[in-house]
Design a binder for this molecule. Structure first.
Ligand code: C2G
Length: 131
């Protein structure tokens, strides 16, 4: 069984996220999503999520492509996650191109997928504020 992992905040879940998750699942048989916790988001990405971790987890677990959701609590956990969950492929959007190539040293394939250009959580918030 080919195991794939991806990481992210996935706040205000939208079709750009779904496009990523669908293609990530196509790379294997089992997709793990490491979901950024509220604390990690604020401390490391200065992101204040609209939905809490538990609410974002519930949304992700309802997606047919997602098999398991685990917490992302720090930048460093990727190497241990790859080992602990026997991951074959790490995948993330190409806004991160090159940032996680070190995972290849763990024997993990690293794939950067194109982002869906016209949508983002930030843009959604801006558009809603205009109304
Ligand atoms: N994404 C996408 N298209 C968009 C928006 C997002 O393909 N229009 C992808 C991102 O590239 C990422 C995933 O959806 O692979 C989740 O996006 P975010 O929630 O913005 O994740 P991010 O804040 O980039 O967190 O350790 C890695 C980080 O946790 C990634």
């Amino acid at each position: 069984m080919r195991r794939v992992i991806t990481y992210g905040t996935f706040d205000l879940l939208h079709y750009g996220h779904i496009n990523l998750l669908r293609r990530a699942k196509q790379l294997g048989d089992y997709l793990i999503v490491a979901l950024s916790t509220d604390e990690f988001n604020w401390r490391e990405k200065q992101k204040k999520c609209y939905f809490t971790y538990e609410e974002r987890k519930q949304l992700l677990e309802a997606i047919r492509y997602v098999d398991l959701v685990i917490p992302e609590e720090n930048w460093e956990q990727k190497c241990t996650d790859v080992k602990e969950y026997h991951v074959d492929t790490f995948v993330i959007g190409d806004d991160w191109t090159g940032k996680f190539d070190f995972l290849k040293e763990e024997g993990c394939e690293v794939v950067y997928l194109s982002r869906t250009p016209e949508i983002s959580t930030t843009q959604i918030k801006k558009d809603l504020n205009k109304k």
